[in-house]
Design a protein around this ligand. Sequence first.
Ligand code: SAM
Length: 340
Amino acid sequence: MPLLDTRGRSLRNLRVSVTDRCNLRCAYCMPEEEYVWLPREEILQFEEISRLVDVFTELGVDKVRLTGGEPLLRRDLPRLIAMLAAKPALRDLAITSNGVLLAAEAPALHAAGLHRVTVSLDTLRPERFTRLTRRSNHAQVLEGIAAVPRAGFTGTKLDTVVMRDVNDDELADLIEFGKGVAAEVRFIEYMDVGGATRWSFDQVVSRTEMLERLERRYGRIEPVVETSTAPADRYRLSDGTVFGIIASTTAPFCADCDRSRLTADGVWYLCLYAMRGIDLRGPLRGGASDTQLRALITGGWGARTDRGAEDRLALGERTPLVQIAGLKRDPHLEMHTRGG
Ligand code: SAM
């Protein structure tokens, strides 16, 4: 019997943050000068992550995505990947990376058994990348993307957070770039998640507007009809190229959301917008049995009512979700801690 929440949504998709550290400072995610980091001794060991993933898979999780922060900053990550890849219950094992360290790491990730890679790529212009991320690694990101198919990966995605007057003039350029590197581009609406302290609605480019702009360039765009709980709606250009749009801000998909997130220090969040999570590290390190951990997870998911993005949409006036003081008090509210 699948484990269902109060709205009939199953527990399938777990995003595991392996570090809260990042080597970029993207304007939509980490725009501040200083951050409060998770204490090192609280970060889960690989064996602890692996044990929790076992418990989650027994309860229905069959997709795991490693994220962060920047997951490739976690030392010896291929060792964790090999541990997870050995679990037959995992149908899909993927990573989301900013690409900076990917050129060096892609072969080891593939050899360890990783299935798929998603790279964040917000711009094709180096000077714009530097402005957006406050770092100058654009060439490394492009090298990282090139290394992914060379290492043997298929099914690669490139994720772009679209911000008005920042990179919204690059939609078609990014689709063309994706064709050249055999990757599917997905445009993400700028979200008012924790950490996006500079968010304002006028910087959001909606799915509707993106499609209008792309139709002006490419002509008719067909929706791809599919039944899946993936967040992206997919579309096909007349030449067959497929791209996606994740419209979390203007058209949330809470009704189908089977995603939850485990922070690097073992707090389990059932919604990207949730203010509280369930501590799994405490019980794990306190000697809880698998049965006890299963009960904790079952109880949490069974009581899940969250539909955070829909609640945000229902607000008339939208401002950033959490103010800076709140983020400093509880860094778990940050997107880079929770795991994007
Ligand atoms: N460092 C990795 C990376 O850059 O892909 C993984 C972590 S990062 C938090 C994952 C993703 O979160 C980003 O690529 C971006 O797509 C998403 N993200 C962060 N803040 C966002 C925001 N305010 N709106 C939309 N997406 C956001």
